[in-house]
Design a protein around this ligand. Structure first.
Ligand SMILES: C[S@@+](CC[C@H](N)C(=O)[O-])C[C@H]1O[C@@H](n2cnc3c(N)ncnc32)[C@H](O)[C@@H]1O
Length: 595
């Protein structure tokens, strides 16, 4: 095999065959293949939301420029220097039709945002507080291959590789296999073990941790790893060390396929790394000062804090999540950003509505102040909740569903102190103690809220996360698991509808490309609740939704949007010039519930 075909990054995303058929019906074969390709790559820029209550975009840009200079990025070491033409080309390099009218205007504003340099302000009206930092890639890497002297290699797990593509290092737990005789300081080619179809019809990588590689075709999964090389690095310990210690950096990645500056733990309280569609979601909700807002699936709090800042910290944002630890994370983020209007609760969003108990004469004990029920003994309601909960998909828990801020970098608790760590500590000293140092309070449980008690509700639903990038494998979702996600989301939406007041607003969003969790939810909402209508969103930079329906081999028909509805939702296509994650936003106006 030609080494240039083997030692390169050209992954093909694998899907469950039925899911692939379904998506091909939805998008057409060429468009779906572009989406699949785009999903294997990270977006070409980092998107930073500035906390306008504490600072300004200009101040943040100045600080980030200093940090980038300190870290050597600007010296071309990491290839981040913005090449205007390159970037404009990458934004234009698509066959996807860009929507017209307002959206085209916003789209041009987005392109314009990149024209001033490496770090730039978003030029979409209203989003000037969003800052973009341009990355680069894909770069080709010379792995110094010679027929008799194949490069020393390290194979990493898929999760590790996805984190590396986003800018992380290779940590010890991520290493699956390594060449014999690797010593500290060796240059190694890093490839990824991706799931392959197994004999039992499932998927498996088939590589046991600790496998010795010879660099020969007899190595396990040699041919499958063709085109799955994610860069070159220097080992920070010997082969024996890598498989003996439990943590630390195993490979310092110094020759990456994609270079994206990492701003984790930088300027805490002043900025938040957030995907552009998530920021747009908060705008679509259009929260007003003094209102009472519910964020039903709020952790880690990215959209909660964006909403609170749009409200200038005036009013109340009730942020709930079913995971205790995740609720604490929202509290920490709110404290870090200095936001006072956020109240957090641990609550299963499927049980978010509490009612007066009319059947046994007991009154619901709802706190007048916060309308949060602290006690409820309605057996009928509880039974209903049990039924609803039983539709929960196995494994659809907090950790697997909130993938927007995926943390694969398990090895972050490392003992090795790199120059990067020293720089980080210096920055911390400059920036104050930050999120990790501030204590989170207790995650107060809630038994739910009174019907009609919120002006606006955001349901950023747990989903299949099939829009997240970069992704190297998509075979785990089946048509049935996708349908289960849809059922779960409809049950949550039912709760949202009860909690919002007449005249209020519901925004529903997901980070998946699956129409069954997007357009089909909108169809369910409009057909079930006649007093709901789709509302226009501002800004609108995403594309139109999918119109029509899909008939499955088992006869099930999934209905999407009807003509005229498509321009009222925002669908962020990962293969479009915006280069965002796959995302979907629908906004509903709530009419009189009496009808
Ligand atoms: C997509 S993430 C939310 C991201 C968040 N809105 C943000 O922007 O930072 C989905 C969240 O839903 C939570 N979740 C899943 N099932 C839930 C349930 N039944 N009740 C409440 N939260 C749930 C997960 O713990 C996860 O944090």
């Amino acid at each position: 095999m030609d080494p240039s075909e083997r030692y390169c990054y050209n992954p093909v995303l694998r899907w469950n065959p039925e899911v692939e058929d379904y998506f091909i019906k939805a998008y057409g074969p060429h468009h779906f293949s572009r989406i699949s390709k785009a999903l294997t790559r990270p977006s070409c820029y980092s998107c930073i939301r500035v906390n306008t209550l504490n600072t300004t975009s200009d101040a943040v840009i100045e600080k980030l420029q200093g940090i980038i200079q300190d870290s050597g990025f600007q010296n071309g070491v990491d290839g981040i220097n913005l090449n205007k033409t390159e970037l404009k080309d990458s934004l234009n390099d698509s066959n996807i039709e860009v929507e017209v009218g307002e959206s085209e205007h916003d789209m041009n504003a987005l392109k314009g945002s990149f024209e001033n340099g490496t770090i730039s302000k978003c030029q979409i009206p209203g989003l000037e507080y969003v800052v973009f930092v341009k990355g680069s890639g894909p770069h080709s890497t010379d792995y110094d291959y010679a027929p008799e002297r194949p490069p020393k290699e390290v194979i990493v797990s898929r999760k590790c590789a996805e984190a590396v593509l986003r800018g992380a290092q290779v940590f010890v737990p991520g290493v699956m296999a390594c060449s014999a005789h690797v010593e500290k300081g060796d240059l190694v080619a890093v490839s990824v073990a991706v799931e392959q179809p197994g004999v039992d019809g499932g998927w498996a990588t088939g590589i046991t941790r600790g496998t010795v590689l010879q660099g020969l075709q007899t190595d396990p999964h040699y041919f499958e790893r063709s085109g799955l090389y994610i860069g070159q690095g220097t080992t920070m310990m010997s082969r024996a060390g890598i498989f003996r210690v439990l943590q630390g950096i195993a490979v310092d990645m110094n020759n990456r396929i994609f270079n994206l500056p990492s701003f984790h733990d930088v300027l805490e309280g002043e900025i938040f790394l957030q995907n552009l569609p998530s920021i747009v979601t908060a705008h679509a909700l259009d929260p007003q000062k003094g209102e009472r807002i519910l964020d039903m699936c709020a952790a880690p709090g990215g959209k909660t804090t964006a909403i609170a800042i749009l409200m200038r910290d005036e009013g109340e944002v009730v942020a709930v999540d079913r995971s205790h630890n995740k609720v604490q994370n929202i509290q920490k983020l709110a404290a870090e950003m200095g936001l006072k209007c956020i109240n957090t609760y641990k609550l299963d969003a499927l049980k978010a509505v509490c009612r007066r108990n009319e059947s046994n004469g007991m009154s619901a004990l709802c706190s007048d102040k916060i309308n949060s029920c602290t006690n409820i003994q309605n057996s009928d309601l509880l039974r209903l909740h049990e039924e609803v909960s039983s539709t929960t998909v196995e494994g659809l828990d907090a950790d697997t569903t909130c993938k927007e801020k995926v943390s694969n970098e398990k090895g972050n608790d490392r003992t090795y102190i790199s120059k990067a760590d020293i720089r980080k500590n210096m920055r911390r000293m400059r920036n104050g103690p930050g999120r990790n140092q501030c204590l989170g309070g207790r995650a107060e449980p809630s038994k739910g809220f009174s019907p009609n008690s919120f002006d606006r509700v955001l349901l950023d639903a747990p989903c299949s996360a099939l829009g997240l990038r970069p992704r190297l494998f998509a075979g785990e979702e089946t048509v049935n698991s996708l349908r289960s996600h849809g059922k779960y989301q409809r049950r949550m939406f039912d709760q949202a509808v009860q909690l919002v007041r007449p005249g209020g607003v519901i925004v529903y969003s997901t980070c998946t490309i699956n129409p069954g969790e997007n357009e089909a939810l909108v169809r369910y909402a409009l057909d079930t609740y006649k007093y709901l209508s789709l509302a226009p969103q501002n800004p609108r930079i995403g594309g139109p939704g999918l119109v029509g329906c899909c008939e499955f081999p088992d006869g099930y028909v999934e209905e999407w949007l009807r003509p005229g509805e498509e321009e009222l939702v925002q669908r962020f296509d990962p293969s479009s010039p915006l280069d965002t994650i796959g995302f979907f936003i629908a906004k509903f106006s709530v009419g009189s519930k009496e009808v």
